[in-house]
Design a protein around this ligand. Sequence first.
Ligand SMILES: Cc1cc2nc3c(=O)[nH]c(=O)nc-3n(C[C@H](O)[C@H](O)[C@H](O)COP(=O)(O)O)c2cc1C
Length: 265
Amino acid sequence: MNGSKPKKVLKVLVLSDLRYIKRLHQADLRFEAYLVTMSELDRAAISAMRRSYGDQGLSEADLAPNPLAQFQSWLHEAAQNPIIVEANAMVLGTIEEDGPATRTVLLKDVTDGGFTFFSNYQSQKGRQIALNPKVSLLFPWYAMERQVIILGAAKEIDRSESEEYFATRPWSSQIGAWASLQSEPLVSRSELEVRFQKYSKEFPEGSSVPIPPYWGGYVVQATSIEFWQGRYSRLHDRIRYTANSFEGQYLGLANNGWKAERFFP
Ligand SMILES: Cc1cc2nc3c(=O)[nH]c(=O)nc-3n(C[C@H](O)[C@H](O)[C@H](O)COP(=O)(O)O)c2cc1C
């Protein structure tokens, strides 16, 4: 054993407070910062983070019989709320053989047919959806003590619809779609910028930019939509509408094959 080597220290970055840097080793003109795990104080502070949720609950009487209508009404309220940034941002979960993957995408349409977003069909998510179309969508509207979780299957929308939407995007976003080989490793930022310049010359501003063949929309046809509303004493309201399978008490909410049931929080 080389006694002059620094001891291995758990390397956990605590970016919020550099006071917790406990050791700094200098070796061979290299500086290595070994940052220790969070102190007990930090952990206690995190564990104490909690809010008391409100009195405004979800009552069966107030819910729309159709969950898509109920969703539209919550999305509208979230979009009106000045504290909520990007009310249409949702976390898309996909499945790969060796585990799950998540990322944020933007909802661009919601109809009886489902929830639409746009992406690169050759991206990680695109490859995963091609192998297994089952996905989840989660809208985290924390400022309103609300969450909506949707389960369903994603499929590519009609090409003409993707073309129509692509044409409405700003020119720079259109060029960005050409420039990005989404989810592929990138050697340096300049490689991306060079690609952007290349496509900017090929499709100059003001010209009609064609849709990249690998870019388009997905629609998620929901089989389950759960509405969560935070309540006092952690007695939150959870109401889940299901389209296919259903076990439990009907709430009297039934529309277009949708049934709803309440769950323990
Ligand atoms: C607020 C926000 C909105 C985003 N919207 C989209 C989107 O609509 N479509 C998309 O492909 N990526 C979007 N992204 C980027 C994705 O989160 C992700 O990085 C990218 O799609 C690559 O994911 P993948 O490698 O898992 O396929 C968004 C990211 C954020 C933070």
